[in-house]
Ligand binder design. Structure first.
Ligand code: CO
Length: 171
């Protein structure tokens, strides 16, 4: 019995450390938002920024990926409990070109929270008067998961992305 109980405790501790939406549910919270999946920062030059974060912070930085359908080129800066996504505009119609024009040295662009069910999250938020950007439909985001963005004016000037992740499927 001792052994099994020990296992259960370890599993619970691991779940708590992971702090996932699902772990939160098991602990009795009913928050709509789970883990912070990533914090996105727009940079004027991705290669310069990636080298800077790698060399100055000693951070683990991924290979660059170009996402033409999203108009960005990105790297992930990994840390123990989440990731920062550095993004530079790609192509003529990049959705972050205007942001970079207003913030030529770069800046924090959005915070992405994980949710278990994006349609339910949208319905609850819209019922509370929160504006979903674009036509309000759910699209596939940079990681291939369904995402939507909430109006910055509804969240203290901060653009919030919601990303639907399945249990164990984060990152
Ligand atoms: Co994002």
């Amino acid at each position: 019995a001792g052994r099994a109980a020990g296992c259960a405790v370890n599993v619970r501790l691991a779940a708590n450390r992971a702090g996932s939406y699902h772990a939160g549910r098991r602990r009795g919270f009913t928050s709509m938002i789970g883990n912070i999946n990533h914090i996105a920062i727009v940079v004027p030059d991705l290669d310069v920024a990636a080298a800077h974060w790698r060399d100055v912070l000693g951070a683990e930085v991924s290979q660059a990926q170009t996402l033409p359908e999203h108009g960005v080129r990105i790297v992930f800066v990994r840390s123990a409990n989440g990731q920062v996504e550095l993004m530079e505009p790609f192509g003529e119609a990049s959705p972050i070109a205007g942001f970079l024009k207003r913030n030529p040295h770069g800046g924090m662009h959005h915070v992405c929270y994980e949710v278990a069910n994006i349609d339910q999250a949208r319905a609850k938020l819209e019922a509370k008067g929160v504006r979903v950007l674009g036509d309000g439909s759910v699209k596939n985001g940079a990681h291939g998961n369904p995402v939507l963005f909430l109006h910055p004016k509804d969240f203290n000037g901060t653009l919030i992305e919601l990303e639907q992740v399945t249990e164990g499927g984060a990152h």
